[in-house]
Design a binder for this molecule. Structure first.
Ligand code: NCD
Length: 328
């Protein structure tokens, strides 16, 4: 595996399966009364968030803490960034504090790449979402969730998602989640179809390794998982569709549409959800929707990523079992 995690496209099939298998080991820790491993004791993880986040920031914080790392949370609001401090000066400050890993979310596509290749910091850089570009740990936790649901928790170990049909629906244009998922899911052998209004399909999509459809009802019966994307109003500077009702009617998932999916198929959403827009409350709250499960799986997946990037060459859980017992 590379030293940083900037793009899902940087992961080979074996890297991705290793992360998913390690995440499965980490998930076992979550089932214990003491949810902590001493693996990253003495290491410092900085969460550097220039853009709003609920799930991703909390999830990285929980992941680092469960591995016993020291965690520093930095959010641009209320920091010297509002006084105009540059990414470089912020990075140099973190370096002076001895950050072993920097988890960065930024409104500018490419900011994590810049940080990783600047020489400003020595630590590993993890992209927690950059502009409309990528969100690789979201794709990994999504793949983890799909492997568990579609292949099985134990049966999934060592396996990829070969032959599974995944449909990603909605605001693909502004979605870093969609981009990272297209890369990762195809690396894992899945067949991906994007469904969106023509105005929300990115230019150049022909070169992406996936199909594009404008007919949700035709694709649903052939899907093993349907991932609904949030309509990202904060990134829209024009009218991309006539009205919310019209969007919901053509591209929203409601109970009638969900009934067209095969019985085993799941509905996914990265959150935050616009209930009534891309997904109805009935679907969001149904057993087939994995949104809450995805959040829980996010912690295990990010534990795996931090563990592997910060130099875990030995099995994380088995190695530390004895010491964890001692600590009880
Ligand atoms: C996504 C994001 O921030 O890119 N959310 C998340 O990380 N859970 C998707 C979104 O904001 O719609």
């Amino acid at each position: 595996m590379k030293r940083h995690l900037i793009s899902a496209a940087d992961l080979t099939r074996d890297d991705a399966v290793l992360i998913l298998d390690t995440a499965e080991e980490m998930a076992r820790v979550a089932d214990r009364p003491i949810k902590k491993l001493p693996t990253l004791r003495g290491r410092t993880v900085v969460n550097l968030f220039f853009e709003d986040s609920t799930r991703t920031r909390i999830s990285f914080e929980a992941a680092a803490k469960r591995l016993s790392a020291d965690v520093i949370n930095f959010s641009a609001k209320g920091s010297s960034v509002s006084k105009g401090e540059s990414l470089k000066d912020t990075a140099l400050t973190l370096e002076a504090m001895g950050a072993d890993a920097v988890v960065i979310r930024h409104h500018a596509s490419g900011a994590p790449y810049r940080l990783a290749n600047s020489g400003w910091i020595d630590g590993a850089v993890v992209n927690a979402g950059d502009g409309t570009h990528e969100h690789p740990t979201q794709a990994l936790l999504d793949a983890f969730t799909m492997r568990r649901r579609l292949v099985g928790r134990d049966a999934g170990i060592g396996q990829d998602l070969s032959g599974r049909r995944i449909t990603i629906v909605g605001d693909v244009l502004h979605s870093r989640v969609a981009r990272s998922n297209v890369h990762l899911l195809t690396t894992l052998g899945a067949e991906v179809t994007l469904v969106a209004p023509p105005t929300l399909v990115p230019v150049g999509v022909e070169s992406w390794p996936c199909e594009v459809s404008y007919d949700l009802d035709a694709v649903l019966p052939k899907s093993d998982a349907v991932m609904m994307l949030r309509v990202q109003r904060e990134r829209m500077n024009a009218a991309f569709f006539p009205t919310e009702r019209e969007y919901a009617r053509r591209y929203g998932l409601n109970g009638d549409r969900m009934a067209k999916m095969p019985e085993h198929a799941v509905v996914m959403h990265p959150g935050p959800m616009n209930r009534g827009m891309e997904i109805t409350a009935e679907v969001a709250d149904s057993d087939r929707c994995t949104a809450v499960e995805q959040v829980a799986n996010g912690v295990s997946t990010r534990m795996a990523v931090l563990y592997l990037l910060l130099g875990g060459s030995e099995p994380a859980v088995t190695l530390n079992n004895a010491r964890t017992e001692e600590n009880k």
